[in-house]
Design a protein around this ligand. Structure first.
Ligand SMILES: [Zn+2]
Length: 86
């Protein structure tokens, strides 16, 4: 889903920091993409409080969905392992 930059009206993208990708690897990159703010190609990183409340709400739902999905996969794998071992 694309959000609009509150400063210039252009499309923003999820902020991907190359530094944190190097430090944290894949997990770090995933966490960064889930929790970090957005970045405008022209204006740079945009703090989430500059977006409209509607945008913030759907961003938060996106992050929650991401976490719920990760937990669901985790629980599914555990359940599968438990079933295989029974
Ligand atoms: Zn911008």
């Amino acid at each position: 889903m694309a959000y609009k930059c509150p400063r210039c009206g252009g499309d923003v993208q999820r902020g991907y920091s190359s530094t944190s990708q190097m430090v944290g690897g894949l997990v770090g990159a995933l966490l960064v993409s889930a929790f970090k703010g957005f970045e405008c190609p022209k204006c740079g990183p945009i703090p989430s409080n500059e977006f409209s409340s509607a945008d913030r709400q759907s961003m938060m739902l996106g992050s929650v969905g991401f976490i719920v999905g990760a937990i669901a996969v985790f629980v599914g794998v555990i359940a599968l392992l438990a079933w295989l071992n029974s």
